[in-house]
Design a protein. Structure first.
Length: 248
């Protein structure tokens, strides 16, 4: 295939992947604790094509533009007061820990107490304390949550909210604003200098104006690449027609 068309097609694909990512960011601009995704670009060269070029069987292949990977920007969002004492957010690095079928982490959570008086997220997942067990309410008074995550009721400490750090690059989104550790080689480490805020939630860190503008730029780049692909197809067609002509 013509190198121009291959490069243009690769560029269009990377633009489409970028548009999907930007659309997801915009859709979650109002999601509590959501962290924006960003893309990293690179170039790709097939190993088979490189081997053939080194063997002299073909010219040097073109390096194609691709989205190498998406990465999550964990820059903190703005903390917003809600007036609900069971809303908690982190003003520091780290994640709260909840138990589903596996351990998941979350940046901010609107908690509640279940029928069994266990502190849970609104999804019904038990919130862990620093020892890895669920926090159980024992009294009748409101829950008080200190800045270090200690949960108290009627003057008695019930436990301390577990706050952990995930290894760099190992926090994968697990849906519904939860995260799981992608690597099992190292365990999450307890966070230090924890700042827990009661009655607040962390807003999304999506920069809405920037994210709203970028799809237009990606679309313009896609259209330019599409024109380049069409030009390459037209040039190939003309070349075939010219070769097919028979001079009188």
């Amino acid at each position: 295939m013509d190198p121009l068309m291959v490069s243009a097609a690769s560029g269009m694909r990377s633009r489409m992947e970028s548009l999907d990512m930007l659309a997801n960011n915009l859709a979650n601009a109002a999601t509590t604790g959501y962290k924006t995704d960003r893309e990293s670009y690179s170039t790709y060269m097939a190993s088979e094509a490189v081997d053939a070029a080194q063997a002299g069987d073909s010219p040097r292949p073109s390096a194609l533009p691709v989205v190498e990977k998406n990465w999550t920007d964990f820059f903190p969002g703005t903390l917003t007061a809600t007036g609900n004492p069971l809303d908690v957010a982190l003003g520091s690095q780290g994640f709260f820990v909840v138990t589903v079928r596996a351990v998941l982490c979350i940046r901010a959570t609107a908690a509640s107490t279940s029928l069994r008086r266990t502190l849970t997220t609104q999804d019904g997942y038990a919130v862990q304390d620093s020892s890895g067990t669920a926090i159980q309410a024992t009294g009748v008074g409101p829950l008080e949550i200190a800045g270090d995550g200690t949960v108290s009721q009627d003057g008695a400490a019930l436990g301390q909210l577990a706050v952990v750090n995930l290894p760099a690059g190992a926090a994968d989104k697990a849906g519904a604003n939860y995260y799981r550790q992608s690597s099992t080689q190292t365990a999450p480490s307890p966070a230090t200098d924890v700042q827990v805020y009661q009655g607040k939630l962390e807003a999304s860190n999506v920069a809405t104006p920037e994210t709203a503008v970028r799809p237009g730029e990606s679309l313009r780049q896609f259209e330019m690449l599409q024109k380049a692909a069409n030009l390459g197809a037209e040039m190939d067609q003309r070349a075939i027609q010219d070769v097919a002509k028979v001079n009188p």
